[in-house]
Design a protein around this ligand. Structure first.
Ligand SMILES: CC(C)(COP(=O)(O)OP(=O)(O)OC[C@H]1O[C@@H](n2cnc3c(N)ncnc32)[C@H](O)[C@@H]1OP(=O)(O)O)[C@@H](O)C(=O)NCCC(=O)NCCS
Length: 155
């Protein structure tokens, strides 16, 4: 598997990846966005601008197999914590460990940036994603509906 980041790719690539990976997502808001290319473009653009001048191209990581992009993770910094903003894998390449690998890479990047805590939001119906995140040590915050948090351990 080959990894590339926003240093080699452009945001348009992540628009296409988001559509491919999220169209069947159990995250209802995300699948709705992925069903519309213009909405997806806006969404990715907003995500791209979210860190402002702290934008980190190395937190946008895409995986390819045989020169075809199959999945991605976006790991950014927000309010002093790391945020796994998105992780997705193309349906035909799921259950091969790619999602877990990419999320680990995103967490590694956050650690390189000096962050020890990471959080994410996930639709509680998205049980496969929750199972993946729990494997990495994320736990649901009791006072939040969709938010999970983890200590970033040395990887
Ligand atoms: C969630 C997602 C990224 C998982 O990617 P993946 O490459 O299939 O995941 P992995 O193969 O690395 O699986 C890691 C673990 O996640 C859990 N998991 C993944 N898919 C699962 C499924 N369909 N059912 C149950 N558990 C699942 C398992 O615990 C799995 O470990 P195991 O294979 O040893 O049982 C993928 O299903 C996806 O892209 N979904 C649509 C986009 C989305 O909803 N992303 C999350 C947004 S918050």
């Amino acid at each position: 598997m080959k990894l590339s980041t926003l240093r080699q790719l452009n945001t348009e690539t992540f628009v296409d990846l988001f559509i491919k990976c999220f169209k069947d997502s159990k995250d209802r808001d995300a699948s709705q966005i992925a069903s519309n290319k213009e909405k997806t473009k806006q969404f990715i653009q907003q995500l791209h601008e979210r860190e402002g001048s702290d934008h980190d191209p190395d937190g946008w990581i895409a995986a390819s197999l045989e020169n075809k992009l199959v999945g991605f993770v976006v790991a950014i910094q927000e309010s002093g914590r790391g945020l796994i903003a998105e992780v997705g894998v193309e349906p035909k390449h799921r259950r091969k460990g790619i999602g877990l690998f990419l999320t680990t890479k995103g967490l590694q990047r956050l650690k390189e940036r000096g962050l020890n805590q990471a959080f994410l939001g996930v639709d509680l119906e998205n049980t496969e994603a929750i199972s993946l995140y729990e494997k990495l040590g994320f736990q649901k915050l009791p006072w939040e509906i969709y938010e999970f948090e983890a200590k970033i351990c040395p990887i």
